[in-house]
Design a protein around this ligand. Structure first.
Ligand code: NAP
Length: 294
């Protein structure tokens, strides 16, 4: 069993830290807003009041915060992990951030004799709660092998995809696929409703054919009932579409559908929907179609 510092106890980090604590690890959680440590302490973990306190004595440090600047601050900022973790500590960044930022942080970590894995996840809040996340891991084979039991405690599909930054590249591809899928499903729902079709029945039969998907399974109720509590916020998916469009441009790869969906995600945020679940892309289709009366 390991001593694990878990930094960032939000929608995803909190249930992941709780699973690790329930599995018998000594989990010390830190969250910027302190009251979010309660689920972890109820699951048998401990709460720390600073990053320094959390990482002191930890074998493994897990991070789950929103964006690249947040990870830079938590790892390399003043009072951060790099300043306080003991040499040899394994740092696992579960956040979804820019691959180039991960590679730069990995260099800094090596200079301090720390080891960094990028391990972004997919599967949403349900995946975190049910410990069924897909985890795409970048970094060394040996560090991956060491961390695999921890990944298996929070995930269902855990794959080492290459050197540092590779996990983030795979996650960017994941977000391209998911956003395009949600947009297509949103358009189908608004289209079906415009014809007065029984949309519930329609989605049931569509779900059994080639149009079926995990997005359809997980998001159909949100769309049918217009319940867009997050889940995965549009503002976070907007961040991810920025990552994938920039990385594709850098590589000289053209992603026209991704570029369009990135614009639609930006429009949703600009319209004030940034705090909604990404299934709320449907509201953008309604706005474009002049059908906001529902
Ligand atoms: P969240 O609920 O907003 O949680 C983020 C956590 O990070 C909060 O506890 C927040 O603290 C903390 N935080 C934010 N900025 C910080 C900073 N600069 N320094 C220290 N702590 C900071 O977000 P989430 O949904 O868990 O997402 C976390 C990551 O997982 C993101 O990269 C996201 O893209 C990815 N992800 C999310 C989902 C999903 O379905 N939600 C699915 C897959 C991947 P406060 O409480 O003080 O704000």
């Amino acid at each position: 069993m390991s001593t694990i510092a878990f930094l960032g106890l939000g929608i995803m980090g909190s249930p992941m830290a709780c699973h690790l604590a329930r599995a018998g690890h000594d989990v010390v959680g830190y969250n910027r807003t302190p009251d979010k440590t309660r689920p972890l302490t109820e699951a048998g973990g401990r709460a720390a009041s600073s990053i320094a306190e959390a990482v002191t004595g930890a074998d493994v440090v897990c991070v789950m915060v929103p964006d690249s600047p947040d990870v830079q601050q938590v790892l390399a900022g003043e009072g951060g992990v790099f300043a306080h973790a003991a040499p040899g500590t394994l740092v696992i960044d579960f956040s979804s951030i820019r691959p180039d930022v991960t590679v730069a942080l990995d260099e800094q970590a090596r200079h301090r004799k720390l080891r960094l894995l990028d391990a972004p996840v997919s599967g949403g809040e349900a995946g975190a709660r049910n410990a069924t996340l897909s985890i795409m891991v970048g970094g060394s084979e040996a560090d991956f092998a060491e961390a695999k039991p921890l990944f298996d405690t929070v995930g269902g599909t855990v794959v080492h995809v290459g050197p540092s930054g590779s996990g983030q590249t795979v996650k960017a591809a994941n977000q391209l696929i998911v956003a395009s899928n949600i947009q297509a499903l949103s358009e189908a729902v608004v289209f079906l409703e415009s014809y007065g079709v029984d949309t519930d029945a329609a989605l049931e039969v569509l779900g059994g054919g080639l149009a079926g998907s995990k997005v359809l399974d997980q998001k159909r109720q949100n769309m049918l009932t217009r319940s867009f509590d997050p889940g995965f916020r549009i503002e976070l998916h907007h961040k991810d579409m920025g990552i994938v469009t920039a990385a594709a441009r850098e590589a000289g790869v053209v992603t026209p559908v991704g570029a369009l969906v990135a614009q639609l995600m930006a429009a949703a945020k600009a319209a004030g929907d940034g705090g909604l679940d990404h299934s709320g892309l449907l509201r953008g289709v309604e706005r474009l179609s002049g059908r906001t009366d529902r």
